[in-house]
Write a protein that binds this ligand. Sequence first.
Ligand code: UN1
Length: 479
Amino acid sequence: MSGLKKNYIAGEWVEGVSGEDNINPSDTTDVVGTYAWADSAQTERAIEAASAAAPAWGQSSIQKRSDALDAIGNELIARKEELGELVAREEGKTLLEGIGETVRAAQIFKFFGAETLRLNGEIFDSVRPGLDVTITRAPLGVVGLILPWNFPIAIPAWKVAPALAYGNSVVFKPAELVPATAHVMSEIIVNAGIPDGVFNLVMGSGSEVGTTIVNHQKVTGISFTGSVETGQSVARGAVSRMAKVQLEMGGKNPLIVLDDADLTTAVDCAINGAYFSTGQRCTASSRLIVTEGIYDKFVSSMRERLSTLVVDHALKAGTDIGPVVDERQLQKNLDYIQIGVEEGAKLVYGGERLSRDTPGFYMSPALFIDTSPNMRINREEIFGPIASIIPAKGYDEALAIANDTDLGLSSGIITTSLKHASHFKRNIQAGVAMVNAPTAGVDYHVAFGGTKSSSYGAREQGSYAKEFYTTVRTAYTQA
Ligand code: UN1
């Protein structure tokens, strides 16, 4: 198994129990690499090592942790072209998107490098004279991080960086489909002088590695991003042994377009939100809710813009939309096209499998119009380059439709009305609200997360990340 990319457990690079190929979705003849998959026993070793290393790391100098995270960020920036290409090669997003994602990951590490120095507490007078009360934050101990495939480096960064910043040790499980970038990021972390056992990379299947992390008594906290279904089972496992859990799951994100919208802004935001990154973002705008006065103009501008988008190899110059991540997801997307058509939605653009010079999972971006809120295509998360337009009479109806969903991650409105924009921000049932901006593509230094079935537990990112990665300690001192 020469060239096998190994796991990192207890301060050593180790082989797994099998080696799995990582395939480029733009060209299935291109094997990105072969990655060692661990089993439960190896995962347990990683957890034990993390547990043994946690106390010293939790009490280590904040300067040391800050410097290490900053150095990791600098190294990621310095290698952004190489890593951006790797992201595009293994996941299928375009090269520009891959580089952008890598820069974001770097910025996240640098942000948390500085956050390490800002962690503070509070002092109260006690209700009992002579007592002082201090509130401080302590690390959780061992955190298990379970990752999705759609952001191979940014989401790992926004879990690993705060975990380490706040003094936790880490068991990091990348998604099965995209271990390559995670592997390089892990090498960079290891080389930044993080002590043995503090950071462990364990690649492998959800059923083996993921389940072991979820069920192990020594994993104090679990942060998961992925599907609602898997998230629910992670939560059940975590709660049954009283572990802290944070879940970030699906979206069925609405983008409302009002009559008074600037049409170009509306189309730019809808195209970006619905189709960029092949629609494979939980913040994607899958429901475009459009009011009567602008409906026809919006539909025709969308069709026009869609016809200019180039679907091709993720690394080819000029590609706007790369392939779908794998055959299973492509099949699922095509099934939903069929479901939409059978439900009576009008498919006015795309929705077909495409062939290109290289064998890959290509699909034309799809637009349904004249759809209704109860159709399955408007209720279930598809996770592909598919959007539906739902007509609405006016703002009130559009808002009601937008909120008529079990999910509540991101949302948006395109309007020039301050009144509607303000009302929307207060009344949309979502964790993120965008005004005249795409629903996807969030800043790295502010809180991120959703309502309803989209998220569970504390928010991620920004200084809010400490709510999950630390625990609060209240100390009473008699002078
Ligand atoms: C973004 O839109 O910038 O899996 C981030 C996802 C989300 C992250 C989206 N967790 O798509």
